[in-house]
Write a new protein. Sequence first.
Length: 297
Amino acid sequence: MENIQQDFTIKDLENISGIKAHTIRIWEKRYNLLEPKRTDTNIRYYSHENLQKILNVVLLSKNGYKMAKIAKMADEDMLLKSREVAFGSNTNDDVINDFKLAMFKFDKVLFDKTYKKLLLKKQFKKIVEDVFIPFLNHIGLLWQTDTILPAHEHFVSNLIAQKIHSNTEFIEPIVNKSDKTYVLFLPENEIHDLGLLYLNYELLLKGNKTIYLGQNLPLDNLKSFFDYNENLCFVTSLTVQPYKDKIEDYFNQVEGLLETSNHEFIAIGRRTSLLRTKDYKSNISFFDSITDILKVI
């Protein structure tokens, strides 16, 4: 998989690096910074090496180096200087860049090497908060702008999920006075479970009881929990499903399930803003993000 080649348009470089295409063209002309190839129809395209170089340029530029000085560096010197800056920097730009490169190359070795480097500086919880969440937010932008394929997103998401699973397994149970049990699930046809996996990790870390049901769960399956006398809080995350024209019907069904119980229902996702003006009789609440819900749990 490490030999997979990926070509990039100048728009891709803009989306990935955050540098405007117009600026990249100026750098090409003024400093001969990149050497794009051209298709038979004379359209520029850039190699993986070009992508790595532009990310290193951005890193150095953000850390006080002038473009005129950067442009004079040999490629090997630029790479070494970037590593030196990254090592002494308190920002996470360097590791996020490495994760981007690992994603585009489908390079698990680079991903694991970068993750292990992070573990020398941060606890897992801080890695998620400081690196994985900003990285995944950026992945969402790249996906929206057609810069990456679903295969890229799936590859890196599964690697991050593995890290969450492995860290969850090592949590030592602690006594929590709350009798509440959190039941975590995703709606039908919803597969984006990283946020929910991390919430499960945080809940367990704080001593809560959880039942993790995972992806693609029909709503009526929750009925099986209502025979228990436990204090339940159902938690779901809405990324894609249900669609905008179905979301109100979905929560009407949720209210129908809860109306004869005292159980809670929490929905996470900015799309739930469409429902916050509604007055539900049942105990239903909405949060924009995992970060927001963790502030109150």
